[in-house]
Design a protein. Sequence first.
Length: 215
Amino acid sequence: MDTLSSYKILTITHKSTPLKNIGNFVLPDLDSECALQDKLQTIQAALGMDELLYLATCNRVLFFFCSSEALSDCFLEKFESTVYPNLDTAIKLKDSASVYSGKEAIKHLLEVASSVDSLVIGEREILRQLRDAYQRCSKVGSTGDSIRMAVQLAVEAAKKVYSTTRIGQKAVSVVSLAIRQLLAKNPPRDARILIVGAGQTNTLVGKLKLPFFFK
């Protein structure tokens, strides 16, 4: 089997399921390298994946892998029982995920990296998140040359999109849009803002230098 046909993507995004459901598909407790390595190795061994990259953001969970397995309903059922054994019975993976194979998988990866598939088109945070996810997965040994080449292509394509099209003229992100909405309400300069949650978006908001006290 050639390398191109082995590329697969299984992803859960705002396009395939309500935003409130995406959190159900984020793999928990993967802060340490050992935890990430153990989880990804378990998934690879159970599902016959040669390589695997895992990416999770505030509105996307993506598994990019190399495998000879077809993305059939049978595979999705096995994927769910392996990766999400405790998934809410009211939520089904096959109803919540989008799947891509071969060149369609590569096309989707390029769209993700260049923010064309993002909730906020034109935001650049996804490119950093993709790079970080690749570096983490590469460090624990779950990726190889095939995914390395695909990610490198996606990064180069994203840079070209941002530099040669109007999509990159005004930097936007979920964070910048949230702050814009907050400022539009004209809160007092001494307002105390409570940020609930410890996700990436809230972490980035908390780092901004604004005339408010964030707690």
